[in-house]
Every structure is written in C-alpha cells, then in structure tokens.
Design a protein around this ligand. Sequence first.
Ligand SMILES: *Cc1c(COP(=O)(O)O)cnc(C)c1O
Length: 220
Amino acid sequence: MKATYLQVKKITDENNAILVAVSKTNPVSRIHEMYELGQRDFGENRVQELVEKAGELPADIRWHQIGHLQSNKVKYIAPFIHLIHAVDSLNILKEINKQAIKVDRIIPCLLQIHIAQEESKFGFSEAELLELLNSDTYKNLKNIQIWGLMGMATFTDDQVQVRNEFRNLRTLFERTKRAYFLEDQVFNTLSMGMSGDFELALEEGSTMVRVGSLLFGARQ
Ligand SMILES: *Cc1c(COP(=O)(O)O)cnc(C)c1O
C-alpha cells in the first residue's frame, strides 16, 4: 500500500490536485495506516459507514461524502462533513442548507454533472445546472457554499471517450465560473478521476481525484 500511495500522492501533488482516498468497505485500521503516511482527505459513499468511521478515527481527517446522498441522511454528517461531492438536485441542496443552519455551519458542496453515456448515473445536465443557479430558491440558500463541480466518466476502456467527457466537464466548469462565480474565490474545485482514469483526469484539468481500489486494493 505504501509504495502505491506515495506514487499516487506524488502525481497529484505535481498537478496541484487534492487526493481523496476512497476508503469505502475498508476497515479503520487500513485508513489509519494511510493517515500515518500523512493522508488527511478520505471519501466514503455511505453515510452510516462514514459516521461510524469518523467516530473511531482522528478528528483532523477531512471527510468527503462522495456518493449519492439521501435527504434523510444529511443530518448525520452535517456537523462535521468537509465536502459533499454528489449534490444532484435542488431538494438535496435545500436539505443540506437546512441542516447546516441547525449546526451553525456553512457546508461546502460540489454539484454533480452527468457526463457519462450511462443512463443510471446521477447528476445535472447543463440546462438543469443553469436552471438551478438562476433560481431564487438557490440564491437564498445562505448556509451552503458551492466549491465547484464533480463528475464521473463512462465506465469504458475507450480512452478517447473518457478524455472527451472530462474535457467537456472542464469546459462547463470554466464557463460556470465565468458566468456565476467570477467574484467567488471558493468556486475552484473540479472533482473528476478515479483509480482507472485519474491521470487522464489530471491532464484534463481535474483539481481533485477520488481514488479507492488502486490505493486499498480491489473491494469485495
Ligand atoms: C467508489 C468511488 C470512487 C473510487 O473508485 P475506484 O475505482 O475504487 O477508485 C470514486 N468516486 C465515487 C463517487 C465512488 O463511489
């Protein structure tokens, strides 16, 4: 684990990108090993698992909620979550804002954009993104802060397709920043790239990669 971790960390550092180690299904002992190597950003996709692990691990870990989030689960992570990656509806954003008010926080979020060909993946289309950012309801949510966009490429060996999907997301990110967040320094995160495609994602301008199986080994 150590050699691979240091290698991946070196690549992300060289690209000024943040490495989120996706620890889902792995026990806290393995997370602690990586923590000892200096890793502080960890990602989970299930709320219950994230909350349990956070309770057993050092408090200076930055926890990332990377998977689809259900409204009724937001309250469990609201007090401490560092960044919510997969915001895919106005409703979930409203719930995050509501829970953030209760714990007197401003919760950082990324808007998930649907870039893959697969039907099943969550996320906004470009038109839906614009509709959200233009809506008064969104503008009145004072306890959330949009740090950027997140996306997942199609699960395919076709590198050209994956690169094109990342490139489209990067372009949308730049356009969104210019049109809606020009004065807003915090809109600077583009979360794209996983074990199989993180180097490609970095070439296409990713600032944050979510790497799991490459670091921890294949999941059961
Ligand atoms: C599991 C997961 C990852 C990491 O996937 P690997 O292929 O194991 O690197 C990244 N992002 C999301 C949203 C995930 O659910």
